[in-house]
Structures are given as structure tokens and as C-alpha cells.
Design a protein around this ligand. Sequence first.
Ligand code: ZN
Length: 269
Amino acid sequence: MRKSAAFALIAALGLSSWAIARALGPAAWPDARLRAVPAEFPAGFGVRRVMLDPGHGAPGNSGNKNAFCRDEQSFTLELAEDLAASLARTGHFEVKLTRRAGDLTPYSDRIRAAETWPADVFLSLHSDVRGKTELWQPDPSLTCSRSRVAPGFSLLWSDHGDAAGERLGLARALAQSMQAAGFLAYQGADYAPTYAPDDRQPGVFVDRHPVPERIFVLWRPAVPSVIIETHNALDDREALRWNEPDTRAAFAAAVESALALALGRRPSG
Ligand SMILES: [Zn+2]
């Protein structure tokens, strides 16, 4: 079908312009097709312990509301459950979640659980909120905030304490494999001065909050920890993509590749 005819057909079906762009070929995220590249595990990698932390779901802390007024804590729990199943299927990971549906779990308990196990790595899953917002109605009964000006993922880490080197290696490996899968690395315009961009890997940012406000799950755990801000929750296009099984599969494959690289440098315990 000629492109103009395809446009007319898609427009007649009532799809939005970003969906049209996506249907017609190569484009950047959030229109891009993603690639789920299977991880390659080095010989002797064995079985590693991964603590997945579905962000929020703590007392008095449900996180953001996305462009469809959905609570961040509900998105992160569903994503963590999907990711846990994918990691376990490789046969190379034993996975625990820091909380389950209905739990209200303080962050200090989550870190203690990771250290007691002990986990090899602590991955905290979140979605971000950035950019100038407007009100919109995803359906007539709902009024929510959205913003399309600052899409993309970010990896946050802390250079405070003994695990700093391992955290940076982990953050860079995760950002690199997410980029390779087709996800967009956030440029960081809204982050200064509280996070500073990495000089080597796009999408990686080090915590620069004043000392009393530093992010607990980044500096406190003895287990190497990072926060994955999967996308801008206020961007309705990204929020829809992250509900798709293909996006979850590409993300899981990217995490598996990054862990194969970052943990593969360390001897198996
Ligand atoms: Zn969050």
C-alpha cells in the first residue's frame, strides 16, 4: 500500500499521529519497535540472587499518578512480577520481590531483606514524572496530567560508600542494554542540580542531592543497588507502551543482558 493511502486508512480508523508514525516504519521511542535480544551468560555464571524492588507501596507512599491517573505503585508491582518470571525462566537467577500485592513495606525492611538473603543485586523499579504538564481526559470520567516533552528512561546511582564502583558498572550496563533494545535514554534537562549525567553512558545519572536528602535505596544498601526510572509516567505514549507485552519482554531481555555483563565480572558466590 502506498504511504498516502496507508495514512488515509489509518486516519480513517481514528488512530493518533504517534500511532501512525509507529505503523509506518523506523522511528525513535516512543514510536520505535523494540528488540528483545537474548542474553549471553559467561561460562560459570551460575545462579545469582536478584532482589527486585517494586518502587513505592510503602506506608504513605504510593508514588506518582501517571497520564491515566494510575498509581506508580501498581505499575511497578506488575512490572516486577513480569520481570521476576522472565529472570527465573533463564535458569540463571533466583528472584525475590521486596513486596507483594496489598503489602505496605518500609524501605528499611526491603534493604534489610536484601542484605540478609544476601542478594547479589538490588534493582528498584520506578516511573518518573518530568516536564511541563497539561490536563487532559483519557476518558470522559477522568481528568489527569500529562507531558510529552521529556520521555525516556534513566538509571540513578550513588557514589557514596563501598558499593559505588559496582553500582556504576550496573547502571551503565543497564542503560547500555536498554538503549540497544531501542528504549530512549532521557537527556536529563529536568534533573540538574539534583542528578548529574554520566560522562560515558547516556541515561545514567549520579545522585547529587544535598547529603540529608540523598536517596536511601541508592546509598544505603551494602548490596549494589540502582533505581531504574523506566519512563516518564506523565507521557501517555510511554505509559501505553509499557503496558505492552513486547515492551516488557524487551525490557526483561535488556535486564538479563546487563546482569550477565555486570555480575559476570564477579565470581559466583
Ligand atoms: Zn518512583
